[in-house]
Design a protein around this ligand. Structure first.
Ligand code: 13P
Ligand code: SF4
Length: 355
């Protein structure tokens, strides 16, 4: 929750109490002034600020009215009051908020805010897959742009992918664009993976078998998260050799062998909850590094081993300074073409109904 401070000095004291182990004081003094200005402008404009778990610690702890993973933020975006909605995350998340709130202004504080997964598949790719696997429901990760969601039957996030796939009454499903998430979900739901070769005319044998009801299949796509793709089983082994008591948490966007070698896999919020509930002294988080800082701020007694050479360049573009500029200059306004938004909304709402 956002810090309610009457002066920039009060904001500094409140931030210092939470972040003294994470952010140097001289930087906090600067961040506190910006955060104070953001909260004042937010109140003047009647705005609401949503922040993904990956946001930098000073931003995450000072100005966000709501924080969470993609699923939680989709739910919150559907009901949170405030206009404009300032989305501290990446573009596909802000688009989801816009799709759910067509009448409201949604601002993304970065002109880019991309995502290697969302950029990996187009609406034309989905139409080709549908032509190739007629009748197979299209399950799209929320890390996709609106045009792809509009071609989809239902969305998923890392927090509900298994539940959504299990809710579908179909032998063959199309699941895109994250190949690793698809593989991780296929393993958990007892389905076989099919990776279509683009431009190949006939369906693969496995898909044909699935169509006959012989086999359950997930037709996947070759998208990868440029961050989680970098973690390896060797990284885990090296950290375990140095810290034998370390508890390893991996995001399901990591390669399947990494997920299997970890002690826990789940969405960003599921990882946070796991650390919160656990009494182990030391953790390795295989995900964007800022999240470990945010956990340290909440649980100073727990040690987070970090692999911070691996960062999400897109999430890292969102800073307190950019949020202030976003509110001052009303930038960058997210627009989704109404008919695309209408069709995409169906897929998102179906997901929210499943849970
Ligand atoms: P979560 O839905 O788990 O927050 O993940 C979003 C994301 O982009 C992870 O890289
Ligand atoms: Fe996209 Fe990966 Fe960054 Fe998440 S961490 S926003 S999936 S590039």
């Amino acid at each position: 929750m956002a810090i309610q401070a009457r002066t920039a000095g009060e904001m500094y004291e409140a931030l210092r109490e939470r972040l003294h182990d994470v952010v140097p004081d001289f930087e906090l003094a600067h961040k506190a002034e910006v955060a104070f200005a953001v909260n004042r402008l937010k109140a003047e404009r009647g705005a609401v600020i949503l922040g993904h778990n990956y946001m930098e610690p000073a931003l995450y702890h000072s100005v966000c009215d709501y924080t969470g993973d993609s699923l939680e933020l989709s739910r919150i975006a559907a009901r949170a009051e405030g206009d404009p909605i300032v989305f501290c995350g990446v573009r596909f998340m802000a688009e989801t908020a816009k799709i759910l709130n067509p009448e409201r202004t949604v601002l993304l504080p970065s002109a880019k805010g991309g995502c290697s997964l969302a950029g990996a598949v187009t609406a034309a790719d989905v139409r080709r897959l549908k032509a190739r696997y007629p009748g197979a429901p299209v399950v799209s990760y929320v890390n996709t742009y609106a045009e792809v969601k509009a071609e989809s039957d239902i969305c998923v996030t890392s927090g509900n992918a298994v539940k959504v796939v299990e809710s579908l009454d179909a032998d063959t499903i199309i699941f895109l664009p994250d190949e690793y998430l698809a593989r991780n979900v296929a393993r958990e739901t007892g389905r076989r993976i099919v990776l279509p070769v683009v431009n190949e005319p006939a369906p693969e044998r496995a898909a044909a078998a699935a169509a006959d009801g012989v086999e359950l299949a997930v037709v996947a796509w070759r998208g990868k998260c440029e961050v989680h793709d970098q973690f390896t089983v060797a990284d885990i082994a090296a950290v375990r050799a140095q810290f034998p008591d370390v508890f390893v948490l991996a995001h399901p966007e990591c390669p399947p062998d990494v997920v299997e070698a970890a002690d826990f896999a789940g969405s960003t919020s599921a990882m946070i909850r796991e650390v919160r509930q656990s009494d182990k002294p030391r953790y390795l988080l295989l995900t964007e590094c800022s999240m470990a800082d945010n956990i340290i701020a909440e649980a100073p007694g727990k040690e987070m081993v970090r692999l911070c050479s691996v960062r999400c360049p897109h999430m890292n573009e969102i800073t307190l300074e950019e949020v202030l500029a976003s509110l001052r200059e009303n930038r960058y306004v997210i627009d989704v073409e109404p008919e695309v938004a209408r069709r995409a909304r169906r897929a998102i709402e179906r997901m929210l109904e499943v849970g």
